[in-house]
Design a protein around this ligand. Structure first.
Ligand code: G16
Ligand code: MG
Length: 217
């Protein structure tokens, strides 16, 4: 059977969270807002615009739209400097074999990410050709936990939502998959992602037989 396999990007395919963090930290420093790695958890899977709002809320800072736009541009320019040297070595462990296995089994694959930088990251890491559809921050109006990004992905793959499987590292993303009635698979910490139907620390923990069962079900 054909299923839709939908991958989140940041935290599932690549560990760009550390780069988002460094870029946001620079903005926060300029604004004298304390911004720690713990705070950074709040930004996972969250859009750029919403991320800035969260940081401003942390520092009780009110700002004009003009200033906000300026910081959003600054943040992205800083973030892009970290992507320049990105290559296949930045793929998270076990990702490539899973993509390869799905391809060999003729399974449709999509990206479902909040990031507006998704395509260049897939290109730089050399895996764009695995994806039959790419849905990212440029294509959606509603952020996760709204299921829009995953619903569009399944639609593009021409697979009904209940036959879609979503890999996610963020709580909002797992919730989005659940709302869409898709199979949610958390990649990361059990305690954080307890709402997911299945949870793996990373892709190396996922047996081929598990994926075979997903295809057969
Ligand atoms: C990713 C990250 C978020 C980031 C968002 C937008 O989402 O998890 O932290 O804020 O993309 O990224 P950009 O500024 O590149 O548009 P995902 O859905 O891939 O985990
Ligand atoms: Mg993510």
């Amino acid at each position: 059977r054909k299923k839709a396999f939908i991958f989140d990007l940041d935290g599932v395919i690549v560990d760009t969270a550390k780069y988002h963090f460094l870029a946001w930290q620079k903005i926060a420093q300029e604004l004298n807002i304390e911004f720690t790695l713990e705070h950074n958890e709040l930004l996972k899977g969250v859009s750029r615009v919403r991320s800035l709002d969260i940081i401003l809320e942390l520092g009780n800072v009110e700002a004009s739209q003009e200033d906000k736009n300026k910081w959003l541009v600054q943040k992205n320019e800083e973030y892009l400097t970290y992507l320049v040297d990105m290559d296949q070595s930045e793929l998270l462990p076990g990702v490539l074999p899973v993509l390869e296995f799905l391809k060999q089994n003729n399974q449709p694959i999509a990206l479902g990410s909040a990031s507006k930088n998704a395509r260049p990251i897939l290109e730089k890491t050399g895996i764009l050709h695995y994806f039959d559809a790419v849905v990212d921050g440029n294509d959606v109006t509603n952020a996760k936990p709204d299921p829009e990004v995953f619903l569009i992905a399944a639609q593009l793959l021409q697979i009904p939502a209940h036959d879609a499987i979503v890999f996610e590292d963020s709580v909002a993303g797992v919730q989005a998959a659940n709302i869409a009635k898709m199979t949610s698979i958390g990649i990361g910490d059990k305690k954080t992602l307890f709402e997911a139907q299945h949870i793996f620390a990373n892709f190396t923990q996922m047996e081929t037989s598990f994926i075979e069962d997903l295809i057969k079900k």
